[in-house]
Design a protein around this ligand. Sequence first.
Ligand code: FMN
Length: 212
Amino acid sequence: MGRRFAEISFTDSVKAAQIRYGTRKANEGFESAPDRRDALTEREIHFIAERDSFYMASHGIGADGLAGWPYVQHRGGYAGFLRVLHARRLAFADYRGNRQYISTGNVMGDDRVSLFLMDYPKRQRLKIWARATVVNFADDPDLLASLENPDYKARIERAFVLDVEAVDWNCPQHITPRFSEFEVRAMIAPLHAEIEQLKAQLTMQQADSSGA
Ligand SMILES: Cc1cc2nc3c(=O)[nH]c(=O)nc-3n(C[C@H](O)[C@H](O)[C@H](O)COP(=O)(O)O)c2cc1C
């Protein structure tokens, strides 16, 4: 028993690549590490609560020759819209979009998904492997109601419940810091305050000099 993500991701093909490129021994360390990382800790819960978006990968299923194609979609909402229900379960509202229902259809056939969560300013990223269930209003109205946010204008069509299988953090390498409009506004607020103060001083000085 080791890291859950390694059990899931280190397929024979991946192990062959690790052998080919000389990292198999090093990667065996993940397979025997005592820390399973198969549930959310305080660190992940805090990180998830601050996120207003993430990416979710699923894959096509069926017998039409298209099965297996990976599919990634962006999910966005208010900060914390990806809700932690407990250390092994997450949920988010599926807002009305282009009504192609690709992720929905995919997970109805194969529940395995991968999530990628980014904090660009802090250059942190979190990977989550999970099993997804599509939850309609009739299935669990209380859950759907709990995911609503009156301040966030979006129409909820259904929810996704995600049962966490594994979590792992990535290093900050190659992440360019980026800032949302909200973050930029907070950063420049002191500058705005200073400009207003200087403007007021200037107005007073002009009034003094014209009165003199
Ligand atoms: C009017 C409208 C048009 C959209 N068009 C696209 C689109 O062309 N491509 C896309 O990836 N997302 C589009 N979106 C966003 C997606 O519909 C939304 O992210 C949804 O979750 C898609 O899920 P799915 O890709 O799993 O079907 C659109 C949203 C709206 C409201």
